[in-house]
Design a protein around this ligand. Sequence first.
Ligand code: ADP
Ligand code: MG
Length: 205
Amino acid sequence: MALTSDQVKRLIESVAKTVIAEAERLTALDQAIGDGDHGLYMKRGFEAVLADLDGLSRKPLPDAVKAIGTHLVMKVGGASGPLYGTLFLTLGKELPAEPGLADVAKAFGTAFDAVRARGKSDVGQKTMLDVLGPVGDVLAQASTDPHLGDRIKRVATEAAETTVNMKATRGRASFLGERSIGHMDPGACSSALMISAVVDCLETL
Ligand code: ADP
Ligand code: MG
């Protein structure tokens, strides 16, 4: 899939605007089981991305994705900044300039492993990995499913929902133990939002 610079721009803009629009929801989730900064940090990170939109969209896709990672590392604090930074930096390193579905699946798998290593965490601990893992599995199994976009969005949204009943064993929410049960993980929510925004935008290009 070869994206023009205008399409890269629309893709980045739609992900950034989605995260910014949902910042209050992310903050509310982080207030329930964390320290309430996730929405603010993500908003700050993606405002920096939007401010650099023209520069980013002039780059080849892999370099643009890497540069987004750098913005997130610099502007998003807390645990999620370095983790999302790792996700985007690795994706950018792994993606070819004109990725096909198999390339996306492979790059996503490698990026997921990099986040796991960075967070010393895994699926099942009530974190962003509980969304990134299932989405990576769908991508890895995907062939020419005409409804792949819908399936990815459904899996991401449902995976975020499943974190509600999980007990956190990584990140700040783990300090709450059993009391972390009953709330969606903020990072799982932001991951699902970003993934759905990518799919929605790709379908309109
Ligand atoms: P902090 O907890 O430092 O305030 P944020 O609020 O920005 O960081 O992000 C919290 C989110 O980061 C959590 O909801 C979770 O999804 C994710 N997270 C935290 N620690 C880890 C980890 N070790 N591995 C994977 N994800 C993590
Ligand atoms: Mg927080």
